[in-house]
Design a protein around this ligand. Structure first.
Ligand SMILES: Nc1ncnc2c1ncn2[C@@H]1O[C@H](COP(=O)(O)O)[C@@H](OP(=O)(O)O)[C@H]1O
Ligand SMILES: [Mg+2]
Length: 273
């Protein structure tokens, strides 16, 4: 039986990193000849590893996993691990790509209290610590952006119409940076490779819980795109939109989103025409 860390931050990091090793092994064993079989094997092996390890390390806690059966008992639990065993499944199956991740978050009585995002392709893990956040062993502090030229991380494969419209609305130059996986996109913001991640149109709690836990611990802004709090361990796990960025960019981006939803009147055009 493995000796798992007593500390929840350490446990999240150890589990995410170890699941990342499982996924690297699956990739090496199977190769990229059959993408569908590789995706299925990755999802399954990583989930089985995380579910087994959590049952061993924290037998009293509930688990919500993308790949597991949803047990409604989690709604009455004080501690729920929210995991995405393989985020960026498509990218995992594509040879040479490193934009896929493992997410492990802990929710306690209404808020995220610990989390880790393993980036196995980069051999590093971003995680919460007792206070603050770490990338590997180095302190992780949300980097201040240049507000005149904003690099926005977007999906590689789902058309970023919403972000495109936002780019036309706000008073700044916007560069779209296509990256796979929600966890890698949020990590890119936290590592200073992008300035914001804006997503609308659909996602589930496991896609964002762990990277949002790390983002908040690092001092970054993370909210729904209307500025509301991101809430986890809800009955319906659909969490369709979010914004992660440096706090200094949040007012500009949230105002841009409001303008898209409620476009300002065009001078000279009557609304009662
Ligand atoms: N409209 C949508 N509906 C459901 N899930 C979505 C979604 N857009 C993105 N996601 C999920 O968010 C993650 C990142 O997607 P993307 O790389 O396109 O930004 C993926 O998770 P998984 O890889 O765990 O399935 C993807 O399935
Ligand atoms: Mg996911």
């Amino acid at each position: 039986m493995t000796r798992w860390p007593e500390d929840d931050h350490e446990l999240a990091a150890a589990l995410a990193s170890a699941a990342g090793d499982v996924l690297l092994t699956v990739r090496a064993e199977r190769g990229h000849g059959d993408a569908r079989a590789l995706k299925e094997a990755g999802d399954r092996r990583s989930h089985d590893f995380l579910a087994g390890a959590l049952a061993e390390a924290r037998p009293g806690d509930a688990v919500l996993s993308e790949e597991g059966r949803d047990d409604p008992a989690r709604l009455d639990a004080d501690r729920v691990w929210i995991v995405d065993p393989l985020d960026g499944t498509r990218e995992f199956s594509e040879e040479g790509r490193a934009d896929w991740a493992v997410h492990v978050a802990l929710w306690e009585k209404g808020r995220l209290t610990a989390g880790a995002v393993a980036l196995p392709g980069e051999r590093t893990t971003l995680r919460t610590a007792g206070s603050g956040a770490l990338a590997g062993d180095a302190p992780l502090v949300a980097p201040a952006p240049d507000a005149s030229r904003i690099r926005v991380a977007v999906s590689r494969t789902r058309p970023p119409d919403f972000v495109q419209r936002l780019a036309e609305t706000i008073d700044a130059e916007v560069e779209l940076v296509p990256i796979g996986s929600a966890g890698v996109k949020i990590s890119s913001v936290l590592l200073g490779r992008a300035d914001a991640y804006l997503h609308a149109g659909g996602q589930y709690e496991w896609d964002s819980a762990a990277p949002v836990a790390v983002a908040l611990a690092s001092g970054a802004h993370a909210s729904r795109i209307d500025g509301a709090e991101l809430r986890y361990n809800q009955r319906d796990t659909w969490l369709p939109d979010l914004l992660v960025c440096h706090p200094s960019l949040a007012p500009l981006l949230l105002a841009g989103v409001r303008d898209i939803a409620d476009p300002p009147p065009v001078p000279g055009l009557s609304s009662t025409a």
